[in-house]
Write a protein that binds this ligand. Structure first.
Ligand code: ATP
Ligand code: MN
Ligand code: MN
Length: 363
């Protein structure tokens, strides 16, 4: 039956990139539960299931009011049988048995602790879990072989578990700006990721760096990291060179979510502002990305997130527009050409989407 006079049902589009999703919403009591099931599916290498739960949660984040009954969900997209069962149980009983038993399970808790280590993905964590390991302490105790990244991850585990505040992100921004301008005057630096979307805390701080004169940005990262090292501000860094070649990488590769910019995954040594605090500094994860000016709009869109929003943008481009979107470029398969853009607004327009500002990309 067609919904009559239900504005929620009529407005809710099915791709997250067609919707406005604010940071604060009315349904975290449901979305947190669905996201636990999504996370658990990811730990079990079931990507389809993981995305399904995440999409369901995302629809609820975009609702303009709290869900009070199953009636409120009529005609909403992306809510599969399983998600609906979980929601129903929470509405009726206050919690879902499946969610609570997942939350308490040894596997979920161990996978969360192990994948929470910088440099450890689901595959490695799963192997360790099956070997009986449960925590970073277990890795140290049993003398596991760790790569350089994972060693840093274990060493700074406690600090890196603590959320980074906006105030800390602002201090890091000043440092990064100083470093970049010391080695390349005229370069532009932009705060990306969760903080660009208006989050008050994050798991890291992300920056995108470019220079209006194309080519000036080449080989910039080692200069930045050397400057930071000399100042004693880096605890760890791994730089990867830019490996993007339009002719070879696009459009075939363009839909992959891993981009090929020059980048640096690092851990900063951040001095604390209050001398009274027990130790004078803390470790903070920082991601630096360098983009050529001509790709800056695409890089900006690609590094703002959220991860689901990005995923949905690429899915929309491919399925609805026969285009291929990456953090480097937008390729139109019908016209066989790359679409140039200087701003995020132009990219949304090419995609036939209403512009969604960063603060409403919290899908
Ligand atoms: P948090 O507050 O937890 O850091 P976040 O949204 O900033 O949340 P990040 O993991 O820092 O999450 O990622 C920020 C953005 O960068 C996301 O949009 C993500 O798609 C993009 N991104 C992260 N890693 C890569 C990568 N290796 N290649 C391409 N894009 C990436
Ligand atoms: Mn981030
Ligand atoms: Mn990041």
């Amino acid at each position: 039956p067609k919904p009559n006079g239900d504005p929620t049902a009529m407005l809710m589009k099915s791709y997250a990139c067609q919707r406005r999703t604010p940071l604060k919403h009315y349904n975290s009591f449901l979305t947190e539960a669905l996201e636990i099931l999504s996370q658990n599916a990811e730990y079990n290498d079931n990507e389809g299931r993981s995305v399904a739960f995440r999409r369901a949660a995302s629809v609820l984040k975009a609702l303009p009011r709290r869900v009070r009954s199953m009636q409120d969900l009529r005609c909403l997209p992306c809510l599969g049988d399983h998600s609906q069962r979980v929601i129903k149980e929470i509405l009726e009983d206050g919690s879902s048995r499946e969610v609570e038993s997942t939350r308490q399970s040894e596997q979920y808790q161990a996978m969360k602790a192990l994948t929470g280590i910088f440099g450890v993905g689901v595959r490695t964590a799963d192997r360790w879990f099956r070997e009986g390991l449960r925590s970073p302490d277990d890795l140290i105790r049993t003398g596991q072989q760790l790569n350089r990244e994972q060693q840093a991850g274990v060493q700074y585990y406690d600090d890196l578990q603590k959320p980074v505040t906006k105030a800390e992100a602002d201090v890091i921004s000043d440092i990064v700006e100083k470093a970049v301008h010391a080695v390349l005057p005229g370069a532009e630096i932009q705060l990306m990721g969760g903080f660009r979307r208006g989050k008050e805390v994050g798991h890291d701080v992300d920056f995108l760096i470019t220079h209006p004169e194309e080519g000036k940005e080449e080989g910039l990262m080692p200069k930045i990291t050397n400057w930071l090292k000399e100042q004693g501000l880096l605890l760890y860094q791994k730089t990867t060179r830019n490996s993007y070649l339009e002719k070879m990488d696009g459009p075939a590769r363009a839909s992959s979510n891993m981009d090929r910019f020059e980048r640096c995954f690092s851990i900063f040594k951040l001095q604390k502002s209050h001398q009274s605090e027990a130790s004078g500094w803390r470790a903070v994860r920082v991601d630096l990305v360098v983009s050529p000016y001509s790709q800056f709009a695409f890089a900006t869109l690609g590094w703002t997130g959220s991860k689901l929003f990005e995923r949905e943008l690429r899915r929309w481009a491919g399925q609805e527009k026969h285009m291929s979107l990456s953090s480097h470029a937008l390729y139109d398969s019908k016209q066989n050409l790359y679409l140039r853009a200087k701003t995020e607004e132009e990219i949304f327009a090419y995609l036939g989407l209403e512009f969604i500002p960063p603060s409403e990309r919290n899908a």
